[in-house]
Design a protein around this ligand. Structure first.
Ligand code: GDP
Ligand code: MG
Length: 622
């Protein structure tokens, strides 16, 4: 009767926490829980067996190699059933208690590998029966002092790390298992608990093996149980489990529990502890249930807040996934038109600089074109140097030895050609950089717009790639052409005319030159025919410099204009028109095929939302 009343009060709280754990909230908010820690052979498995009423894996060495969440549910209508689950998917239901050992060992082998390694992944074992108490606790590997054969040397440290991870949380109740027949202060488990919970506010100790203490030592044990040696707020409980002999003789756990009661009843010193509710497994179970519920209540507001927060996130994710394509064919077509039109609109806006995706494309391009301009300017000083050098060299060689009709023009033309040709590489690099930038932004838009439609995304991505390739080939050809034209060394620019020699400018052929002001070539052909070589040569550096000025101006505009036009404007147009071509196809179904993962994801989110809502309702009704 008492058990039933308790179950009423306990179950909803424990269920709530289990629910929250299954949703994954424990990853962000440590949930109230009981973690069992003990040195090896302290009797940890034996206690858990008494509580759960089933045989658990046991033996020497490290038997518990993964944290095991033991969920005990009392249900009067159920004889016995259990579910073991771990990892993303594994879940197995069974109804034979004798299978527990094998299944837990199997789970450990899967998670921690065969052998002696440990692992942090949780195995969940839910046992429902008419006799078990309502409780949830996590069994952790026993603290090993020394590594045995085949174990990593740092196994002790690994286990301690794992235990610390669980017991450092303020929400965790630390259940320390210590044998009565040792000096409890020296046990590693109690030391760790004291480290993580120095005030002893959330530590409860279980004293085991009371039947093994030396005669005369009972008084000391009583002192401990009465909380007079190492003070723990939650106190001590003493239990007696099956000894090795009884296990070997296959004594049932039920029988062992009966025997435990007899043991305390008949014990000269410990008899009184029964009345004080400080002895037997049964008493321990009740204490733990109450403590757990108290702990859960304490953290209820925080859990409630976290659930609401989570629910908000899940709903937001769901809303982003909603609005899939309609099923009716005509509607589906309309929907496809809409999807493509939206995308095209954004591509067009992007090409006009009206929207900003990732980063401002126009700003990025401007920066890149400035780099190009800088490159032209930097080349200028080199150009000036080379020009001066060539002029000086020429002077040196030919001073006073000019021959009539000597052609010096070719020398300078060659210099100009060579230096201008060097600008082709940076021009091509600018093209490549901008192409990458534009393609990335187009691609981003396609990813955003078609994220639920892998086919559309693949098609548009491919199209963008091909179009960009074509367009950049066009620009490349144009740049090559431009540089080939530059090899002509030609201008009819005003700047250059200012540098023409005075006498010539006012000379007899003034009329011809104003008619064809840019006939740079012709001018020098004429010049050399006249043989007034020296006069012109002194003017060369200035002339060549201003010619370069003209080249720079031409290229500074021409290259960016080509790139902008073909790589951005034109290709945006082509992308849009090719996307519209998709509408001529009559397989809207295929085009709008949703990612199967999206469907799954949506279902998963929906289930999560449902569970969270349920948890939320539960909290408000508690
Ligand atoms: P664990 O390593 O902490 O899991 O310890 P076990 O539960 O495997 O127990 C170690 C040994 O102590 C086993 O042989 C148990 O039978 C024995 N043992 C555990 N509890 C008691 C007890 O209350 N009395 C006696 N006599 N032996 C016990
Ligand atoms: Mg054990």
């Amino acid at each position: 009767m008492f058990q039933d009343q308790l179950a009423e009060k306990v179950r909803p709280f424990i269920d709530l926490v289990d629910d929250m754990r299954s949703i994954g909230i424990d990853k962000e908010l440590p949930l109230p829980t009981i973690a069992v820690v003990g040195d090896q052979s302290s009797g940890k498995s034996s206690v858990l067996e008494s509580l759960s009423e089933v045989a658990l894996p046991r033996g020497t060495g490290i038997v518990t190699r993964c944290p095991l969440l033991l969920q005990l549910c009392n249900d009067k209508a159920v004889k016995w059933k259990a579910v073991i689950s771990y990892g993303e998917k594994f879940r197995h239901e069974f109804d034979k208690p004798s299978e527990v050992v094998r299944l837990v060992e199997q789970a450990q082998n899967v998670l921690a590998g065969k052998g002696v390694g440990i692992c942090e992944d949780l195995i969940t074992l839910k046992i429902t029966s008419s006799t078990v108490c309502d409780l949830s606790l996590i069994d952790l590997p026993g603290i090993a002092r020394v590594a045995v054969k085949g174990q990593p040397d740092d196994i002790g440290a690994q286990i301690k790390n794992l235990i610390t991870k669980f017991i450092k949380n303020k929400t965790t109740i630390i259940l320390v298992v210590v044998p009565c027949n040792v000096d409890i202060a020296t046990t590693e488990a109690l030391k760790m608990a004291q480290e993580m919970d120095p005030e002893g506010t959330r530590t409860l100790a279980i004293l085991t093996k009371p039947d093994l203490i030396d005669q005369g030592a009972e008084k000391n044990v009583l002192e401990i149980v009465h909380n007079r040696v190492i003070f723990l707020n939650m106190g001590y409980v003493i239990v007696k489990c099956r000894g090795q002999k009884q296990i070997d003789e296959n004594m049932s756990i039920t029988r062992a529990i009966e025997e435990e009661l007899e043991f305390f009843r008949n014990h000269k010193h410990f008899r009184s502890l029964l009345r004080e509710e400080k002895a037997t497994t049964k008493c321990l179970a009740t204490k733990l249930s109450n403590a757990l519920v108290k702990q859960i209540k304490k953290y209820l507001p925080q859990m409630s807040e976290k659930i609401k927060e989570h629910l908000g996130e899940v709903k937001h994710l769901l809303s982003k996934l909603e609005g899939g394509p309609p099923l009716e064919p005509a509607e589906k077509r309309k929907y496809l038109i809409q999807v493509i039109t939206d995308f095209n609109e954004q591509i067009t806006q992007l090409s006009k600089g009206d929207i900003i995706v990732v980063e401002n494309l126009f700003e990025l391009m401007r920066r890149e074109f400035t780099v190009w301009m800088e490159c032209l300017k930097n080349a200028k000083s080199n150009y000036h140097e080379v020009v001066q050098q060539v002029v000086d060299e020429y002077d040196q060689k030919h001073r006073g030895s000019e021959l009539p009709g000597f052609s010096n023009y070719r020398v300078f033309q060659h210099v100009v050609q060579k230096l201008v040709a060097e600008l082709k590489r940076p021009a091509m690099m600018t093209l490549q950089t901008i192409r990458d930038m534009v393609q990335k932004q187009f691609d981003h838009l396609s990813k955003e717009n078609f994220k639920n439609y892998p086919y559309l995304y693949q098609v548009s991505k491919k199209k963008i790639e091909t179009i960009q390739e074509q367009q950049s080939n066009i620009v490349k050809a144009r740049i090559v052409e431009q540089f080939e034209m530059e090899m002509q060394v030609y201008t009819q620019d005003e700047i250059f005319n200012k540098h023409l020699p005075e006498d010539k400018a006012e000379g007899s052929d003034h009329d011809t030159r104003s008619k064809y002001p840019g006939l740079f070539n012709a001018y020098y052909e004429e010049e050399k025919a006249e043989g007034s070589d020296h006069n012109t040569r002194s003017k060369y550096p200035g002339l060549l410099k201003s010619y370069y000025e003209i080249v720079v101006q031409r290229l500074a505009d021409q290259v960016p204009m080509l790139i902008r036009y073909f790589i951005l404007k034109e290709s945006a147009k082509i992308v849009c028109s090719e996307m519209l071509d998709l509408l001529h196809r009559d397989d809207a179904d295929n085009i709008l095929q949703e990612d199967s993962e999206i469907g799954e994801y949506r279902a998963k989110l929906q289930a999560q939302a449902d569970r969270l809502l349920l948890a939320n309702d539960k909290i408000s009704s508690l």
